[in-house]
Design a protein around this ligand. Sequence first.
Ligand SMILES: [Zn+2]
Length: 427
Amino acid sequence: MTADLSPNALTPGPTPAVRHIRLTSHSGGLDARTISWGASTAAERGPVIGTTSRRSDRNVIGTHSGSYSVYRALAVAAGALSREHRADLTNTAPTDVIGPYPQWADPDAIVSLDPWGAMTAEAFADDLAAGRDIRPTIAVTKAHVALPEIAEAIAKGRLKPDGRFLLESGAALVTKAAVEPVWHLPSVAQRFGCSEADLRRVLFEETGGMYPELVTRSDLEVFLPPIGGQTVYIFGDPHDLANPSVELTARVHDECNGSDVFGSDICTCRPYLTHAIEECILGAQRGGVGLVAYSRKEGRALGEVTKFLVYNARKRQEGGDTADQYFARTECVAGVQDMRFQELMPDVLHWLGVRKIHRLVSMSNMKYDAITGAGISVGERVNIPDDLIPDDARVEIDAKMAAGYFTPGPVPDAAELARAKGRGLDT
Ligand SMILES: [Zn+2]
């Protein structure tokens, strides 16, 4: 029986007939393009090719779309997608051209994304014409974003629509970019102070042996990891991000679906995010530019299951939910307090050419240290206004301030931290 491999075969069917399993753990095609990480032009750097169709072209470990590569496999298995499908990139070019910036040619500045990832169609037109399946890892587009908190800020007179950055309807005009992870393994290892061999071995083992090339193909230095990427929202002219004389208001935000989308009141994530968006709009209206970089690192990159287990452990512990036990409860369940590791976070700022953040809308010392450690200067740090902190989130914010988060006010003392402030589970 032969499966229908045409792109229009949308009816779920049997697995396409595969005569043999195509192992990737031995040497690739002789004509695979090489990647020179950190080269100063796209041509010298070479394309990132994670195709699963013409295997001889592959020059990376893993494949495109991060965790969604698994859904692509399901679509192929179900007979809904041809594994030979090539993206038609007509009219998909970025709405705004970002860079190139000097940071792109510094192999140590950007190690976890492909700075040329939005320029694939243009930079590698010859390769595409020669039949190579090269896919963008970055896409840049325009959008209107409308949030109830912004509408409220307009109603209360804190924000004024100008028809340019903010419409009467309450929608803000943004340029946004989606960025998939592209890791240069030697540089990522260096960033974390471990050997490349150790990084490769542990990635192989901790993904259940998902990518044998991590340990068998030391010639492949680039890995497309099966993890979430990030989205940047730019308020104002994206080119101003690279101009240190233009005031930049920025927040780097790690995903918290429960609060960001569903309004859970146990943390400050959504109120801090919407406050940052308000500050970004105000900054753009003052002649500056605003930036929110949103990373898919749910629940301190521990995932929601771990996060919800921690919530229960916090609220059921003897004495109630207290700030002095906040980090301990996470560590009991997860083994660590935090797995976000901000070391890779500044890469996206380097991609945008950022050299100075005038107003950093974050209290996190880890984010601040990572940004300044990456050579980006930070002026003012903007804390979340007290009246935006939900009652149940007092535990989190007090614990974080005591642990070194920036605060313009007093740091809570031991007695304050031991006072139960979180709600119980059933109230
Ligand atoms: Zn949160």
